[in-house]
Write a protein that binds this ligand. Structure first.
Ligand SMILES: Cc1ncc(COP(=O)(O)O)c(C=O)c1O
Length: 368
């Protein structure tokens, strides 16, 4: 396997823990262990207190799989596989779907693994660019990119880095396209439950046996450190292939993380209310920032997710980001980290230090 460096993750490896403020984080303010345990129901608390640290069931703790299935109407625990983060789910699903001579159609810009893993597995990839005016996806362009050897269409909604959300009818059309071509629709839904200004979408896996939904505890739940993600899918042969590939990566999941994820999903209303509060305060602060700085930055206001993709006006964004981090210790993520041309950058608004980080950015933009 010849796989390119994951540019964005290499950038985070360099900077994430060396700066004062990560203003491009995609996760929501991390939840503390004590805070989470205080929310745990009796059963999760009992499991936590009596936990034995042995190997766990490869497909995931049955109670956790059932809880995740509860987020996907009509699906059961059998339709769920739990992984070490969403990233393992992407890696294994792409390897299960794509081999030499196969083709993938991927909406773009995208989190790099969503196209790079397919390419490294021997597939060819057609990237379908989002429309910069509103970051919408042209489903006709996806249809035009389909080939007889297309095995998967890949979308991400809510979307990183733009904060766009597919319209429900677009999702239905994408599902139909995948079905017509005997392909799968891989739907990265890791930013689900972060819809501020757009209708939530049904998980793709609930719409068709050809739909595969990717979920995670990292974003809306504020629990990235658990490294718990999942795939929901109804196609039994594909599930079996993914399950057998998992024997070559993690084999099974972290026992403590599974119990904590179970507790968190059972306390989802409280955790999502906490998230909504952080995100809505930050979004209104961002509205003021972009109104005050209209000559320096433009943006399409995100309709979902915890990130947006504004554009810097009048300076090269890579140079700006390099000087900003050196002088203010504030990290932004230039479009180049997505291999995307131009002067956009990713800005995250899930963290509690966002107002302070934004203040530093504003000062720097005026003087730097
Ligand atoms: C669109 C998208 N998919 C998948 C992932 C991977 O999630 P995790 O790091 O929690 O495994 C990320 C992480 O930032 C992401 O932004």
């Amino acid at each position: 396997m010849q796989i390119a460096d994951f540019t964005l993750e290499r950038y985070f490896a360099r900077w994430e823990f060396a700066v004062r403020h990560v203003l491009c984080a995609s996760d929501v303010e991390p939840v503390g262990l004590a805070e989470l345990l205080a929310l745990a129901d009796d059963d999760s608390r009992r499991r936590w207190d009596s936990l034995r640290l042995g190997y766990t069931e490869s497909l995931g703790l049955p109670a956790l799989r059932a809880e995740i299935a509860g987020l996907c109407p009509g699906l059961t625990a059998d339709d769920i596989i739990v992984f070490a983060g969403a990233e393992e789910g992407v890696f294994l699903c792409m390897h299960a779907l794509i081999g030499k001579g196969d083709h993938a159609v991927v909406a773009w810009p995208a989190y790099q693994s969503l196209h790079e893993v397919a390419r490294s597995a021997g597939g060819s990839v057609t990237l379908v660019p989002l429309d910069q005016r509103d970051w919408s996806l042209d489903v006709d362009a996806v249809a035009a990119a389909m080939r007889p050897n297309t095995k998967v269409i890949v979308v991400n909604s809510p979307h990183s880095p733009t904060g766009a959300q597919l319209a429900p009818e677009q999702l239905h059309r994408l599902v139909a396209l995948a079905e017509q071509h005997g392909a799968f629709l891989f739907s990265d839904e890791v930013y689900r439950f972060l819809e501020h200004d757009a209708p939530p979408l049904p998980p793709a896996a609930t719409l068709s046996p050809r739909g595969v939904s990717l979920g995670v505890m990292s974003k809306a739940f504020g629990l990235a450190g658990l490294r718990i993600g999942w795939l929901a899918l109804r196609d039994a042969p594909l599930r079996a292939r993914i399950a057998s590939l998992k024997d070559y990566t993690t084999i099974c999941n972290s026992a403590p993380s599974e119990i904590l994820a179970l507790a968190a999903l059972r306390a989802k209303d409280a955790l999502l209310a906490r998230t909504r509060e952080i995100v809505s305060v930050n979004l209104s602060i961002l509205d003021g920032f972009f109104a005050r700085n209209a000559g320096r930055f433009s943006w399409v206001r995100p309709r979902a997710s915890s990130v947006g993709f504004p554009k810097l006006i009048g300076h090269d964004v890579d140079d700006f980001a390099a000087r900003l981090v050196e002088r203010e210790g504030v990290l932004i993520l230039p479009a180049s980290q997505f291999g995307y041309p131009g002067n956009h950058f990713r800005l995250g608004f899930g963290r509690r230090d966002m107002p302070e980080a934004l203040g530093a950015l504003e000062r720097f933009a005026k003087t730097g």
